[in-house]
Design a protein around this ligand. Structure first.
Ligand SMILES: Nc1ncnc2c1ncn2[C@@H]1O[C@H](COP(=O)(O)OP(=O)(O)OP(=O)(O)O)[C@@H](O)[C@H]1O
Ligand SMILES: [Mg+2]
Length: 456
């Protein structure tokens, strides 16, 4: 039976929570302040902590920081009054699973508690397994090796199971939609619809009826009724891409829907319940648009409860080689041998600054595959614009080429590194099959093992 520690200095709230959760079959322990809670945490084990934020002398945030030191696998839900959602968001950044605003709705409370417990359960079971898999492809389909991108994956794992609205930031082509889809896939809504809509692609006059639907005869041309995106995504996730381009009047309507969880079709007076999780994306910081009165501040606060910043590719160069492999594998099929990338091409790919990010890398690799002969990607198979940009950068001294970085090393060390790189790549081209790799290299398996670095 899951054990829940409830902390609140308002006796009515404490008793109410205690009753509700006991009826739900949980073993609850109420504590009327943070100090008592801390004492209990030292002597007993709990699966979930539900704590008010506003308490004295130890407030919810202090309790959270102290509790997370001792219990990495305990879930935490913060309770917060309506005006202090900002603090709750801060709490989530520090590891709380979710928050509930007071006064809370019964079903919302029960669902949030269930989800938090399921999640902590999964974490405990997964801990050992996860340590083994490490960072390669943390989340299915998302390549992440660089620490800043691994952080993004951690964040996705942490916030996906909640119901919270999420704002995804990133330059064009960084993977905003990929992240949004992952957030859906790792949420309890995964079996329901994921709807993506690009706000910039919808004409302003049509946007309201596209989003909320319309009744027959609502306006000239509305010859039949129409289901809006919210209804179509009911139970699932609605991804609002390029939210910054949404007209201000539609922003007001969206805000209402987020608050009331009800929509009203154009031309109708009836409000219908909808249960949709919103993930919004933008490549522009919305704060800047608020100043110019192009984005409603209240909507911004609603949407940005959690924001995920995807770093541009040039800020995570470690991701480039695994991304290239990932793209090659996808383009070429699961069983075919991957083409080799020679040094000249590798130098360009790793030194280019990728203004179009991963999408540009994808296009480049497709281009290279088309022009590659004998399954070798050379400099000549890459788009000229890329090659020129890097070579110009090296000439101007803006880019230090990898070859330059190797200067100063002894020839032996240099060759040793190159050999290691070459062996690793060859092994990757045959999907990790060392026997095949040895054959391809013309050496014995034993020699291959000897030459390989001891630990990968
Ligand atoms: N970390 C990653 N691992 C694997 N593939 C990725 C990664 N990041 C992006 N991609 C791929 O790059 C392409 C672009 O990603 P996506 O469409 O999600 O970017 P975006 O930020 O929405 O772009 P835009 O701003 O142009 O709409 C997709 O094909 C996606 O699968
Ligand atoms: Mg996109």
């Amino acid at each position: 039976m899951p054990r829940i520690l409830i902390v609140d200095d308002e006796p009515t709230v404490l008793n109410l929570l205690n009753k509700i959760l006991t009826v739900q079959g949980y073993k609850t322990t109420p504590a009327s302040n943070g100090e008592k809670a801390l004492q209990l945490l030292q002597t007993e084990k709990f699966d979930l902590l539900i704590s008010d934020i506003n308490m004295t002398p130890i407030n919810g945030m202090e309790l959270l920081s102290k509790a997370s030191e001792s219990y990495a696998t305990m879930g935490v839900i913060m309770l917060t009054a309506y005006g202090t959602v900002g603090t709750a968001v801060e709490a989530m950044k520090q590891g709380a699973f979710d928050y509930i605003t007071k006064p809370f709705k019964l079903d919302e409370l029960i669902l949030t508690v269930q989800r938090a417990l399921e999640y902590t359960n999964a974490i405990t079971e997964n801990k050992t397994l996860k340590a083994q898999i490490e960072h390669k492809e943390q989340l299915e389909g998302i390549v992440a090796k660089a620490p800043n991108m691994c952080k993004v994956c951690d964040m996705i794992e942490r916030v996906a199971p909640t119901n919270t609205t999420i704002l995804v930031y990133g330059e064009s082509g960084t993977g905003k939609e990929l992240v949004a889809r992952a957030l859906h896939r790792y949420s309890p809504r995964k079996d329901k619809t994921f709807m993506a809509v690009n706000c910039a692609a919808l004409p302003a006059q049509l946007m309201e009826s596209e989003m909320f639907g319309h009744v027959k005869g609502a306006f000239t041309g509305a010859s039949s009724k129409k289901i809006g995106l919210f209804e179509a995504a009911n139970g699932g996730t609605l991804f609002l891409d390029e939210i910054s381009t949404m007209p201000v009047d539609i922003q007001s309507k969206l805000l209402r829907v987020l608050q009331d969880k009800k929509i009203r079709k154009v031309g109708s007076s009836i409000h219908t319940d909808v249960d949709v999780r919103i993930i919004a994306a933008s490549n522009e910081k919305l704060e800047n648009l608020i100043e110019q009165n192009k984005f409603r501040e209240d909507l911004y606060y609603r949407l940005s409860v959690i924001s995920i910043d995807i770093p541009p590719l040039r800020k995570r160069p470690e991701d480039i080689p695994p991304l290239i492999n990932h793209i090659l594998r996808r383009e070429i099929g699961p069983d075919a041998e991957l083409p080799l990338i020679d040094r000249s091409a590798q130098e360009i790919l790793e030194n280019y600054n990728w203004p179009g990010n991963v999408r540009e890398l994808e296009n480049t690799i497709q281009h290279a595959i088309t022009f590659a002969q004998d399954s070798i990607i050379t400099k000549d198979t890459l788009p000229a614009k890329l090659v020129d940009a890097v070579e110009e950068g090296i000439r101007a001294g803006v880019i230090t080429s990898r070859r330059e970085q190797h200067k100063g090393k002894s020839l032996k060390a240099f060759l040793h590194d190159k050999e290691k790189e070459f062996l690793k790549r060859t092994i990757e081209t045959v999907s990790g099959d060392k026997e095949k790799a040895a054959k391809k290299l013309g050496i014995s398996l034993a020699t291959l093992y000897r030459k390989l670095p001891q630990k990968k």
